[in-house]
Design a protein around this ligand. Structure first.
Ligand code: ADP
Ligand code: MG
Length: 492
């Protein structure tokens, strides 16, 4: 406005007000004009949906319907405008009974002849915009939350300086913080498990050519945990050959672990498939072989009685071999058509005692002593006595066969936490992890005369009893096999 047009301040303000009144007769915006003490000198008629003109004129904004917090903000913004002579914006809540509207006010210092003479304030309803902004903010927050939940973070590598930038989420995954992490490529490589370092370095150098980066690797976190992470990135080159590799990294440990568990159970499934196939095959073959074997054995015995001494030696060998074939066949038959177990209440302390007595002769032949140490007077279980005997015979036999003369086979029986336990501990050769992993597989044997069926049949019988067979072994020290069975209610 041209200062010279107005002979006095009053005249100027009147002119300003007139102009405003004309421009803001109708909503939605309204404009107020204030003296330096904040008193409202004038307000446009378009204020009416908000407040009565009489509520405003002659009073300061301290009377406007807003809460104390907004009033304080108004006061400080007002001070900034008046003392700093600068325009200011603020958003506040217009609180009329029953309705809250968000108002945006822009305060402009009004100078006349180099003097600050008043403040003009322009007000508008921004409720809709404000709600859109909140919706946006809320969805950004949700996104950040999802980002956090997915445990993925942002990283950036300056290829020339080898400096790294990590977002908080990356630090969280690595279980460290900027104080404990040097934020360089080399410090990062240190956190990658040694087996995966080459993989990471190759992926990084490949990214320089292909511009893409994607791999999974393992890290050791600041707290010593091993985690699987998945990282995807892009390589971007600014001018002058300076490049950055940047991307996102995610903790996929849980996913990886369930993948591994799945693979393990698939293998188990494959093994039980094998078992089923073996079973069917065994049923057919064993049946066909059993009768001819019986005939062979009968005639060998007959010939033996009539043979001369050097022929007897051959016949003895033949008889031994036929016995072995019979043993294999009957074990195969048991596997193919396991007898339906006949369950009854029985005392494991007695049952194991019987097996120990039965096995002692064989043990003695090997120069092995069986030490039987029942830890209770009786341990009752529901079970099939013949099957359980077979299990303990198989396991004790393995123990004896694994030992050198002079060793002791300890057999313990006790009950603990509702489970009956029989433990057979030998001081034998033990098993390397590869053998331990395969034990119980059909036909897995390391013995010249072995069938590789003993442990499998035992496992199966124990499982039929709702129990569990556990094997611990250490090469050179021995093997401990524990059979766990559900204990019967002792007072039943
Ligand atoms: P077999 O005794 O006929 O070989 P098993 O199923 O009973 O078949 O045992 C399979 C294999 O597991 C054995 O050949 C042996 O290598 C290993 N094994 C089982 N029990 C023991 C044990 N107590 N000590 C060492 N190795 C054992
Ligand atoms: Mg065996």
């Amino acid at each position: 406005m041209e200062d010279s047009r107005f002979p006095s301040l009053d005249a100027r303000v009147r002119a300003v007000v007139e102009a405003l009144g004309g421009a803001f007769r109708e909503g939605p915006d309204w404009v107020s004009y204030h003296a330096l003490n904040a008193e409202c000198l004038y307000v446009t008629p378009s204020v009416r949906p908000w407040m009565g003109e009489a509520d405003l004129v002659g009073r300061s904004f301290a009377n406007w319907p807003m809460n104390d917090e907004d009033r304080t903000r108004w006061a400080s913004v007002w001070m900034e405008v008046v003392t700093g002579r600068m325009a200011r914006r603020l958003v506040w809540r217009h609180e009329k009974v029953g309705a809250v509207r968000w108002m945006e006010s822009v305060l402009l210092p009004d100078e006349w002849r180099g003097e600050l003479v008043g403040v003009m304030a322009w007000h508008r309803d921004v409720t809709d915009r404000q709600e859109r902004e909140w919706a946006l903010e809320a969805s950004i927050q949700r996104l950040q939350l999802a980002y956090g939940l997915a445990r993925s973070g942002y990283w950036e590598l300056d290829v020339a300086t080898r400096r790294l930038t990590w977002s908080q989420e990356v630090y969280d995954i690595w279980e460290t913080d900027p104080e404990h992490f040097a934020a360089t490529y080399d410090a990062f490589l240190e956190t990658v498990v040694p087996e995966d370092r080459l993989l990471v370095e190759q992926a990084v150098s490949r990214a320089m050519h292909t511009h893409t980066y994607e791999l999974e690797y393992r890290i050791r976190t600041g707290r010593g945990q091993i985690r699987f992470v998945r990282s995807v990135g892009r390589y971007h080159e600014h001018g002058g050959g300076r490049g950055v590799l940047f991307g996102a990294v995610q903790d996929v440990t849980a996913q990886k672990e369930s993948e591994l568990a799945l693979a393990a159970s698939r293998e188990l499934l494959a093994r039980s498939d094998k078992l089923a196939a073996v079973g069917q095959l065994a049923a057919g073959i064993a049946h066909e072989i059993r009768n001819p074997l019986t005939a062979l054995r009968g005639f060998i015995d007959l010939m033996y009685q009539r043979a001369r001494s050097n022929n007897r030696r051959y016949l003895e060998i033949m008889r031994g071999e036929v016995s072995r074939m019979e043993a294999i066949v009957s074990e195969l038959l048991r596997l193919a058509r396991p007898d339906r177990p006949q369950f009854q209440q029985l005392d494991l302390v007695d049952l194991v005692q019987e097996v120990v007595a039965f096995m002692s002769a064989q043990a003695l032949l090997h120069g092995v002593e069986i030490q039987y140490e029942p830890r209770a007077a009786s341990v009752m279980v529901e079970g099939d006595p013949n099957q359980l005997k077979q299990v303990f015979i198989n396991l004790m036999r393995n123990g004896i066969e694994a030992m050198q003369p002079g060793g002791a086979l300890r057999v313990l029986v006790w009950e603990d936490g509702g489970r009956a336990r029989v433990q057979i501990a030998d001081q034998g050769s033990g098993m390397p992890p590869e053998a331990l992993a395969r034990i119980g597989e059909p036909f897995f044997t390391t013995k010249e005369q072995g069938t590789g069926l003993g442990v499998m049949v035992s496992k199966r019988m124990v499982a039929d009893h709702g129990g569990d067979l556990r094997i611990e072994s250490e090469v050179g020290r021995g093997t401990t096999v524990t059979v766990l069975l559900p204990a019967a209610k002792s007072n039943a």
